[in-house]
Design a protein around this ligand. Sequence first.
Ligand code: 0A1
Ligand code: ZN
Length: 860
Amino acid sequence: MRTDTPQPVRLADYRPPAYLIDEVFLDFALEPSATRVKARLSVRRNGEHAEPLILDGEGLTTLSVAIDGAPHAYDESPEHLTLAGLPATFTLETEVEIDPAANTALMGLYISGGRFCTQCEAEGFRRITWFLDRPDVLARYTVRMEADRSFQRLLANGNLIETGELPGGRHYAVWNDPFPKPAYLFALVAGELDELADQFVTMTGRTIDLRVYVDPGMAPRAAYAMDSLKRAMKWDEEAFGREYDLDLFMIVAVRDFNFGAMENKGLNIFNSALLLADAETATDVDYERIESVVAHEYFHNWTGDRITCRDWFQLCLKEGLTVFRDQSFSADMRGEAVQRIKDVKALRARQFPEDAGPLAHPVRPSSYIKIDNFYTATIYEKGSEVIRMLKTLLGAQAFRAGMDLYFERHDGEATTVEAFIQCFADASGRDLTDFFGWYEQAGTPTVTVGQRWDAEAGTLELSLSQTTAPTPGQSAKTALPLPFAFGLLDEDGTALRETEVAVLDGAELTIVVDGLDRRPILSPLRGFSAPVNLVSDIAPKDRYVLLAADADLFNRWEAGQGLARDLILARAAGRPDEVAEERYAEAVGRALADQAAEPAFKALILALPTEPDLAMAMSPADPAAIHEARDALRARLAVHLGDDLRRLHTGLADGGPFSPDAASAGRRALRNAVLTLLAVDGHAENVDLAIRHFEIAANMTDAIGGLDALIELGGASAETAIAAFHKRWKAEPLVLDKWFAAQARDASDEALGRILALTAHPDFDGRTPNRLRALVSTFANLNPARFHDPSGDGYRFVADQIIATDAVNPMTAARLVETLGGWRRYTPQLGALMKAQLERIVAVEGLSKNVFELASKALA
Ligand code: 0A1
Ligand code: ZN
């Protein structure tokens, strides 16, 4: 157990920095186990005061400290270097030694695949040199680095100024970044890398050099990332008027990375899983994520780098906004409705449980222990939803005017969410005081909609109301203003009213629609216009009309999901309704036959609500009952639609060359969704189909689809497929991750022992975050039946992995804790087993602050 309870940092305690740093000169002598870092900082006192300068540092061996060229007295503690008696402006020079080879936390300067690389967000720069490691200290950086010539490429932010050879087989490079930036955007890479080069001509005719650096031999796999980058650059000019500023933009892929990717100025660093793709090794989902993450990091150049955060409480200022921008980009690239459905699925899968559990926090939190723990679905995905609502409430034009004003007013600054919202208030003339509540209040509101149809008067009265349940530390909730988009259909599916946006800006709202000559069917919360749980009294027969005919495709999908959810939950509660299930199967069959609908959309219709989604709707949640009931409905669909599905599967077979475009991906998605459904039914025809699907797969999407289906069907063909896949791909780390993940998803009763044994597989290495996540995160998040195994062994396994990983990489360990956090939502037996594992974790001697914060909050 930790003896020193870590103290939280509070927003209310924010103070401007006592000193500012204008210029930074860094000189790296790169050696894997003993890198020397000299720093020369131009420092300026911020205001009139006699306070000392307190610099941040972690794990640094201090070699020298000088002020204006002369040694200066200092106080050193493990995390601070304190200097007193300083003039108003001065040059501070320090030299430290660090050990990148021993850096397993992957924060600061570390080594991945034999190359030096960095990760400084949020507080990693302090592991490189003594500094004011806070985002409101913006400086211009010049970076010199030297290394053995075997570290072929020497990269840092900005523009390359100089390179040269040095005695002893060494070489050097000097980089300068003209844009002032906070330390968290610093980056350096050194090592052998292949280069993919291209150019982009901006809207004002400037030519930008583009470079993607990858492992030797991998350049062809960077082509899609490069293509995505160029499309993102163009899109940001068109959609937001944002032009790239430097003359060079670089991306580097590394294998060992705690998160997805990082927006360092002019030198983005990516987890290779989110950068490398070709048909053979990457799935369509990988392509889609690469496109969106490349865009996300690029978009940060304006929303994050040019305008950054004053402090880490403002994280959503850059993250929620940049997710909103990347989601808008993906919608333009791949189709709005399908993108919206996927975004909402992700929000519900990750953010809604967070908002309903012990780790709930506002989009802008007011305290934290480790900021690393706040890179959450709430800050990212809910943060994006809040911006989306803002756009809906203000309209596209006023929204754009607000964004333009933000870029103009705050360029070059470290600012706040208040300042951001003020731009929209000023640009639109609207009072956004109440809207700001979305940033400060945690929890998902529940919006209830009731209907009163008066046939004689031809009026429909809608009564909306909202409530939000208490969350930890926030018992009283207020009503938040939210856009409620809705439309009306008649029983034949003909539109009676186009989409209209009402604003629920208090606890209750009544809307009266008149002039209706037929009973209307309500299509509520179109496009998921607000991130809320909707409770409505829409009858199943009306939801079938919505599923078949709503002009809003999101709500078509939503209607289908709602119908399926009710059927599954009824079954899980021991009240199966077989007649209704047949009716549902028929409706799905009709949706599949709809010639006008895109395959990607049909694939989404075909997928039943996920088990975690269903668990959110059942209290207390019983994962075994949910799994069984969901499979029963799948089986009903598979049997009822069997011939249609098999025909569809054959019809969608694609003999042509692979193309990652959205339409081709949509066809593969539908074909794989069909196979997924059929795999619940071990009918010989289905087994043969799955074997063929796997064996003739010409791309990774189909190979994984086939492997998943065979694993679910079980037996000898599953064993053969698992072995064949491993044999073929054992030399490809990213594909091997998929092999671990596919087995981690195996929900069959006897799978648990096998999954646990995979940690002993020679290819398993828990210190590589991608491999750890492939096995452990996949298991905990995507295999609820086995994670919640009644034996409790699934929980114990995840806790074991958290404890083991914490000793080497606290940040990655902490990201697994949330999987146990929902323990109060499960049956008492399961909840107790989950809680016991959390208790075991917090009792560990020397636990990191990261894991301590989340595990102790989860128990509180
Ligand atoms: N700003 C990045 C996310 C990120 C945050 C922390 C990291 O440290 C390990 C890495 C990446 C983004 O939003 O993409
Ligand atoms: Zn981001």
